[in-house]
Write a protein that binds this ligand. Structure first.
Ligand code: NAD
Length: 278
């Protein structure tokens, strides 16, 4: 029970990594506020947590809108009495550059609209900024806590077709490093988790695709090692649970001497090459 008595907010917890982590954190003793722009998905995650015997609360909010993130923190503190962990996990992939491997719309880079750019910037970078900003008063009132942001391996190496996404995630890394210096004195640690590709199929599908809860293989077929070799003996892409466990480490007291770090949860190969996967 590594999170016994803790209260955690996880944004983007209606699917993928956030959903899996809500279940893991609750199983480790945390009360979890499941924040998502999609109310139905958030409610489904809460149902799963409660089925396992855990405690969770569904909160609908768009992380790219500051007032909505503030309101999500207020609702959480009103319901659970405090805040120990803010995990700014919600993220979307950018469209445009080259085709998506999973059949998304093909948009050349020069045809990307400002609305596309503002959207990915708003969710992935402003969303982390608003989440951290909204959480700090509650974390300080609590005597400290942790802020975790979901970045990406794409913040560290180049991936085809997602340059805008990479830029937002590199921005997240900068924010995390800077905030760790500013907030350490209040007992607040700030870190980023950098997962690799292939984790949640929903993330790579056009919005509205009904793939929540399906595995990567069910949607995209078996992993092709000739395209992206995996040095680990596991010989498979990372699972949601693999990443949720790293997140658990980063928000628990096991990592009490780690702050300002952007931790790649990767197989050793991904950061050693330009990823050709898309
Ligand atoms: P996912 O699409 O399965 O889940 C993301 C959730 O965020 C969805 O439920 C969605 O409704 C929600 N969301 C989207 N926009 C939102 C907004 N504006 N406000 C609130 N909620 C919003 O994706 P995932 O794979 O679980 O991704 C989680 C994080 O991991 C993201 O930050 C993503 O960039 C990062 N990541 C994913 C992969 C991957 O391969 N899936 C790889 C590296 C990093």
């Amino acid at each position: 029970m590594k999170l016994e008595g803790k209260v955690a907010i996880i944004t983007g917890a209606g699917s993928g990594l956030g959903r899996e982590s809500s279940r893991l954190f609750a199983a480790e003793g945390a009360k979890v506020a499941v924040v998502d722009i999609d109310a139905e998905r958030a409610a489904q995650t809460v149902e799963l947590v409660e089925k396992d015997g855990g405690t969770a609360l569904a909160v609908t909010a768009d992380v790219s809108v500051e007032e909505q993130v503030q309101a999500a923190v207020t609702t959480t503190v009103e319901r659970f009495g405090k805040l120990d962990i803010m995990w700014a996990n919600a993220g979307i992939v950018s469209r445009g550059g080259v085709p998506s491997v999973l059949g998304g719309e093909q948009i050349e880079f020069q045809d990307v609209t400002d609305a596309d750019w503002q959207q990915v910037l708003g969710v992935n970078l402003s969303g982390v900024f608003y989440s951290a900003k909204a959480a700090v008063p509650a974390l300080r009132a609590n005597g400290g806590g942790t802020i975790l942001a979901t970045s990406s391996a794409a913040s560290l190496v180049a991936y085809h077709g997602i340059a805008m996404y990479s830029a937002t995630k590199a921005g997240v890394n900068g924010l995390v490093r800077g905030l760790s210096l500013d907030l350490g004195r209040y007992g607040i640690r700030v870190n980023a988790l950098c997962p690799t590709h292939g984790m949640s199929p929903n993330f790579l599908m056009p919005p509205g695709s009904p793939v929540v809860g399906q595995s990567y293989e069910e949607v995209a077929g078996p992993w092709d090692p000739s395209i992206s070799p995996i040095p680990l003996k596991l010989r498979r892409p990372p699972s949601l649970l693999d990443n949720a466990r790293v997140a658990l480490f980063l928000v628990s007291d096991d990592s009490q001497y780690i702050s300002g770090q952007c931790l790649p949860a990767t197989d050793g190969g991904t950061l050693s090459r330009v990823a050709m996967w898309f």
